[in-house]
Design a protein around this ligand. Structure first.
Ligand SMILES: N[C@@H](CCC(=O)N[C@@H](CS)C(=O)NCC(=O)O)C(=O)O
Length: 255
């Protein structure tokens, strides 16, 4: 029995939903409302002390972190593999995972928050805003402090865009040698990066690859054509749909 605590529009949740769909695994869905800070309640912190989604519970075992969850699923349900069999090739895919977690996953939070979440603060008075920020955020306290109610400044936005562009450069190079980021088969590295590229697409930044990186453009289309994409990105699970503010405009990225 698999139970997934997740949020529809969260990229980390989308990663795990993609993995579950690729493997054809059914799961019980438990939505966690990030807007009402359900992820920061004592009950949720008891299963995920980082106060973030997703969390998977499988037969009583609590598994956190989207990449770790995907690897766990691959070990427990190996029939549709998300990692290659050769140890050296597995290492390449895992190294991609580390890079993707460290660089673009962090980078896309900056335009996502500036463009999509900041408008939520518009109608709040200072006192209510401060009260909201006083919530305990085990791993994101400084991130939210830097964002404040005015958003990340231009230098942070520029740095984030640079990092995302560097990811596209690496992907284009990798795709010259293999059909997927994971190698011969669609796998873990593709799962980790796909929601990030989709988020940037949703934020109207598709020109970053459509104008420059034909292999990434082709990869994105092939990834979206897979049945798992429709299952993981069901209606209202993209940020613009969730916030009902489509389409988001790049011009709004900096404050
Ligand atoms: N490394 C973690 C990061 C999880 C994470 O940052 N989740 C975001 C949604 S994608 C979240 O829950 N954010 C809550 C917040 O910012 O308060 C993972 O991959 O699961």
């Amino acid at each position: 029995m698999l139970k997934l605590f997740h949020a529809n529009h969260s990229t980390c949740s989308q990663k795990v939903r993609l993995c579950l769909a690729e493997k054809g695994l059914k799961y019980q869905s438990q939505l966690v409302n990030l807007a009402t800070k359900e992820h920061l309640t004592p009950e949720y912190l008891a299963i995920n002390p980082n106060g973030v989604v997703p969390t998977l519970i499988h037969d009583g075992a609590i598994i956190t972190d989207s990449g770790v969850i995907c690897e766990y699923l691959d070990e427990v349900f190996p029939s549709v593999a998300m990692l290659p069999t050769d140890p050296a090739e597995r290492a390449v895919v895992r190294a991609w995972g580390r890079y993707l977690d460290e660089v673009p996953t962090a980078a896309i939070r900056v335009p996502s928050f500036n463009m999509a979440f900041l408008p939520r603060y518009d109608d709040l008075d200072d006192q209510t805003f401060q009260q909201q920020q006083a919530n305990v955020r085990p791993i994101r306290k400084q991130f939210y402090e830097r964002m404040g109610r005015k958003g990340f400044d231009d230098s942070e936005v520029d740095a984030a865009m640079d990092q995302f562009n560097a990811t596209l450069v690496r992907m284009e190079k990798r795709l010259a040698d293999a059909p997927w980021i994971s190698g011969e088969n669609f796998g873990l590295a593709d799962i980790i990066v796909l929601p990030l590229v989709d988020r940037m697409d949703d934020l109207s930044f598709a020109n970053m690859w459509e104008d420059m990186f034909p292999r990434v453009t082709d990869w994105f289309q092939r990834a979206k054509d897979r049945p798992s994409f429709t299952q993981a990105f069901y209606p209202k699970s993209r940020l613009s749909e969730f916030l009902n503010i489509a389409p988001l405009r790049p011009a709004d990225a900096s404050t």
